[in-house]
Design a protein around this ligand. Structure first.
Ligand SMILES: [Zn+2]
Length: 250
């Protein structure tokens, strides 16, 4: 669905991308580094309100860069000897990190949309596996599912004790507003920012995760040192949910 809002965002993105190319061609000094592709760049391109949104080399978003920073710094450790369920795997750098695992399962409700090999179809509403995964990763997925409380319980069940779910969602400052697929797409876009979103999360997403039975750590970009935060133009917040039990947390 094409709307004025989306066209304006795309145009802004295109213009700043062209500007970055020009500055690079004119010999501007690279003063940013993308932690997703490792390249030194003259800046990130704009998308919507965020003036430093995307990497001009690999396209990485602020949240993809945040995840790479946390993994490279060792704040998060990828369980390469275990099983990882990676939903909606459209962040290439994370496919690289996670596919190093012994059992890597890239999946989506609509797997044909992805170029990652061996994609599986997984409907999180129907996820019925038990104690199978060491890591579950879903970035900007939970705002698409009809019943997120049920999905959180399914994820908890599918994890091994001590296993972790790394969740990122679009956030605003207000409390979470829930909708449903009965609401017309145009109204969903107006209320939740995108036609295929059924809710808009606020900081109380944390409460839903805890209510499902997880231990939770929130890692907000604000808690990261100003140096790397600026160098990589990091943004966003990771909800790091851990299934109780198992060995001592890493
Ligand atoms: Zn990059």
């Amino acid at each position: 669905m094409i709307t004025v809002q989306r066209v304006a965002k795309a145009a802004g993105k295109h213009l700043t991308k062209a500007g970055l190319k020009l500055r690079k061609a004119l010999g501007a000094r690279a003063n940013r580094v993308c932690p997703a592709c490792g390249k030194a760049i003259v800046g990130f391109f704009r998308y919507g309100d965020n003036g430093e949104w995307g990497c001009p080399e690999c396209g990485a978003s602020p949240r993809e860069r945040l995840m790479n920073h946390l993994i490279v710094q060792g704040v998060l450790s990828v369980p390469t000897d275990g099983a990882i369920l990676h939903m909606a795997p459209n962040e290439a750098s994370l496919v690289r990190h996670f596919s190093a695992a012994k059992h890597y399962i890239p999946a989506d409700l609509d797997p044909v949309r992805y170029t990652v090999p061996d994609m599986r179809r997984v409907d999180l509403m129907e996820l019925s596996e038990e104690g199978r995964y060491d890591l579950f990763y879903a970035s900007h997925v939970m705002e698409h599912v009809p019943d997120d409380r049920a999905v959180l319980r399914n994820i908890l069940r599918a994890l091994k004790p001590g296993g972790e779910a790394w969740l990122l969602v679009p956030l605003w400052d207000k409390p979470t507003e829930d909708g449903s697929f009965d609401i017309p797409p145009r109204e969903r876009e107006r209320r939740f920012g995108q036609w295929d979103h059924v809710r808009q999360y606020g900081p109380d997403f944390a409460d839903r995760i805890r209510q499902a039975g997880f231990d939770l750590e929130e890692i907000d970009t604000a808690s990261i040192d100003a140096g790397p935060r600026r160098l990589h133009a990091l943004d966003d917040r990771l909800f790091r949910a851990r299934k109780p039990g198992g060995a001592t947390p890493r």
